[in-house]
Design a protein around this ligand. Structure first.
Ligand code: AMP
Length: 436
């Protein structure tokens, strides 16, 4: 349509202009005021990963849509309702990743990562996208920190994945955690159980919600975690998987439970925990904050995932921790971010020559590990000192014209107000003496 004056006007209305300046619904900005939370969580995650010998991996935010359709399962909420799928200009059908495990397995197959390490232990963090209804603790763009161990089905790795997730949370000083755990068996015992479950719900089909009725044939497991208030009580009489486990799955689960008991981890067996993604088998678990009743982390074993993607059998186990939920819970519990702060000071300069020399002096301090903040754009010393108060720095260096010519600098202790002049050539040494 040719551009007319009228069209142009509609595009530029005031309200449209303001909409352009709003982030997309359910995709909030992460603002500088929350920087310390994000930094502390990522730093903690990285140091826990290092201690447990997990290597960093990062996969793209966009993947072929079929990767998730094959892995997560066509009848899951994620694929049915929540995935952002679109065609690129070149005609490829791609999706914003709704989760991080399928991309890691894709990458393992593509790059033969088994040659790098066996088992391969990796961690990642980054944004995930699910088009759900935004509400407290549920965003459309959210971030996960994940750990995966690939190519070994030994229960010791199920134990290690649970342990590393709990260590992460403990390092952040979380208390009151609850671990819910279950097994959903293997191909053999699960198909047996699935049939029993289907039959149980078939007999009470008239009482089910529309979603459950629809899922009954394709994915009866999902009926166990339906949140509809009419459906929830129905599961109380439903058969449980533990009665249908084969010997191998039984032994596997028993060993996982022994391992976590050995590590003094308390847990709550939950025979109805099935998790919403198709790729899981055997161990599934979730970690809750008891105070707020929402899951902080979820994970499990996915021994068939690689085959579901067309690869060879590569067993795996993993966990994903929701970063926004961690921050929200820590804020609600009035915790503070755990950051190892480097010593910091404010560098104030007045006068053109002093200002010009400041960059070199600040750089000298910074290369010696001292965090230097400044407000050199502000002309007066008073305005610069206000910044020192705002950010509560313990020490201020004041560099004026007089100091510039005398090759000295004033050090002011902000707690006592005491000031003294030091020689510039001993700047770093003198500052280090005064700062912790
Ligand atoms: P899942 O990948 O569904 O197993 O989720 C793992 C963890 O990611 C959950 O325990 C939450 O902490 C977090 N999470 C999942 N979905 C969302 C969401 N929509 N918004 C915020 N956090 C989420």
């Amino acid at each position: 349509m040719p551009k007319t004056k009228k069209n142009k006007k509609t595009i530029l209305t005031k309200s449209n202009k303001f909409d352009l300046l709003k982030s997309v619904k359910g995709m909030p900005d992460i603002l500088p005021k929350d920087g310390a939370w994000w930094k502390s969580i990522i730093q903690t995650g990285q140091s826990v990963s290092e201690l447990h010998d997990f290597h960093f991996i990062e996969t793209p935010i966009l993947e072929p849509a079929t990767l998730f359709e094959l892995a997560v399962g066509a009848s899951t909420d994620i694929i049915e309702k929540e995935m952002y799928v679109f065609k690129t200009k070149g005609g490829d059908r791609v999706a914003l990743r709704p989760e991080g495990t399928a991309p890691v397995v894709r990458s393992y197959i593509e790059h033969h990562l088994g040659y790098f390490a066996s088992p391969l232990k990796v961690y990642y963090y980054g944004p995930m996208f699910r088009y759900g209804r935004p509400q407290a603790g549920r965003e459309r763009q959210f971030h996960q920190f994940g750990f995966e161990i690939l190519s070994d089905n030994d229960p010791v790795y199920d134990g290690e994945i649970i342990l590393v997730a709990l260590e992460f949370l403990k390092s952040l000083k979380f208390k009151n955690l609850s671990l819910k755990i279950n097994t959903i068996g293997c191909k053999i015992c699960r198909s047996n159980y699935r049939e029993k479950l289907r039959k149980y719900y078939q007999d009470i089909k008239s009482k089910l919600c529309c979603d459950c009725e629809r899922r009954l044939e394709k994915n009866p497991f999902r009926l166990l975690d339906c949140k509809n208030e009419n459906c929830m009580p129905l599961r109380n009489n439903a058969p449980i998987i533990l009665d249908y486990l084969c010997q191998n799955c039984n032994n596997h689960f028993k060993t996982v439970l022994e391992l976590i008991e050995d590590n003094n981890i308390s847990y709550e067996p939950d025979p109805y925990l099935v998790r919403g993604l198709d790729y899981y088998n055997r161990t599934v678990f979730e970690i809750y904050s008891l105070d707020f009743k929402w899951a902080l982390a979820g994970g499990g074993r996915y021994d068939y995932l690689s085959e579901m993607l067309g690869g060879r059998c590569i067993p795996g186990v993993g966990v994903a921790i929701g970063i926004e939920r961690l921050i929200e819970t820590m804020k609600l519990q009035q915790m503070t971010p755990h950051l190892k702060l480097k010593p910091r000071l404010l560098f104030a300069a007045v006068g053109d020559q002093a200002k010009k020399a400041s960059l070199r002096l600040m750089n000298e301090l910074r290369s010696n590990g001292i965090v230097v903040i400044e407000a050199l754009g502000k002309k007066s010393l008073r305005a610069q000192m206000k910044i020192a108060d705002k950010f509560k720095v313990p020490l201020v260096l004041i560099f004026g014209q007089k100091e510039f010519f005398e090759k000295t600098i004033i050090v002011r202790d902000m707690k006592t107000g005491a000031q003294e002049s030091i020689i510039l050539s001993k700047l770093v040494e003198e500052v280090k003496k005064r700062i912790k």
